[in-house]
Design a binder for this molecule. Structure first.
Ligand code: NYM
Length: 212
C-alpha cells in the first residue's frame, strides 16, 4: 500500500565472470541514471579502500596467502562494513549500482570447493538486491578479452567452475544478458530493465535482507 511505503533508491547488482564487462556497464548505467536526473552511485565489491579491503587486495594480487575460508569471510566482512551506509543511501533516495556482491562471494568460494550453504551463511542479513543483472559470457570468450589473467582466479579452468556455481545460485528473478553482444545493445537492454526497477523502488517497494 502507498500509505506506509517510502520512496527509496534501488539496489542494483551486476554479476558475471571476470572480464564479462560489468565494470564498463556499471559506469554506463551510472551516467544514464544521472542523465535522467536520478541520484545514483557506483559501488564495487571488494571495496579495496578499507582495511579489510586491503587484505583482500593483497590476496588477489598474490602478495599474501590466505586460507579459503578466511578470505571468504573477509569478502563478506567487506560487505558488512558497508551495510549501514548502503541502507542510509538507499533510504535517502540514492540508487546504488553495485559491481559484484554476495553472489560473487558464494560463486568464487564454492568454485574452490567450499560448501554452498557454508558460503551463504555469512551473507544472511545483508541487504537483498532489487535487481541482479548477470552478464553472461562463455569462459573461453572472457579469456580472450584484454586484461585477463592479471589476478588470482583469472584462469580459464577456474572460471569454468565459477560459471557453474553461478548457474546453481541464479534464480528466476535474475536478468541474464548476453555479454557478447555489441556494447551499445547491452547498454540499451540494461537501461530499460534498470529504469523499471528504479521506478518500482521509488514507489516504495520495501527493502529486504538476504538470503531469500
Ligand atoms: N571475488 C569478489 C570473490 O572471490 N568474492 C567476493 O565476494 C567478491 C566480491 O574478487 N575475481 C573475486 C572476484 C574477482 C575478484 O573482483 C576481484 P574485481 O571485480 O575484479 O575487482
Amino acid at each position: 500500500s502507498e500509505s506506509n511505503s517510502e520512496s527509496r533508491g534501488a539496489l542494483i547488482v551486476l554479476e558475471g565472470l571476470d572480464r564479462s564487462g560489468k565494470t564498463s556497464q556499471s559506469s554506463s548505467l551510472l551516467k544514464y541514471l544521472e542523465g535522467l536526473g536520478h541520484s545514483a552511485e557506483l559501488w564495487r565489491f571488494p571495496d579495496r579502500s578499507t582495511d579489510v579491503g586491503q587484505m583482500i587486495s593483497s590476496y588477489l594480487t598474490n602478495k599474501s596467502q590466505l586460507d579459503d575460508h578466511t578470505v571468504h569471510i573477509l569478502f563478506s566482512a567487506n560487505r558488512w562494513e558497508k551495510r549501514s551506509l548502503m541502507e542510509t543511501k538507499l533510504k535517502s533516495g540514492t540508487t546504488l549500482i553495485v559491481d559484484r556482491y554476495s553472489f560473487s562471494g558464494v560463486a568464487f568460494s564454492s568454485a574452490k570447493g567450499l560448501g554452498i550453504e557454508w558460503c551463504k551463511a555469512p551473507e544472511v542479513g545483508l541487504l537483498a538486491p532489487d535487481l541482479v543483472l548477470y552478464l553472461d559470457i562463455q569462459p573461453e570468450k572472457a579469456a580472450e578479452r584484454a586484461g585477463y589473467g592479471g589476478e588470482r582466479y583469472e584462469q580459464l579452468e577456474f572460471q569454468r567452475k565459477v560459471a557453474q556455481c553461478y548457474e546453481v545460485l541464479c534464480d528466476a528473478s535474475w536478468k541474464i544478458i548476453d555479454a557478447c553482444q555489441p556494447m551499445e545493445d547491452i547498454e540499451k537492454q540494461l537501461q530499460e530493465i534498470v529504469l523499471d526497477c528504479v521506478t518500482i523502488c521509488q514507489k516504495g517497494k520495501p527493502l529486504s535482507n538476504l538470503w531469500s
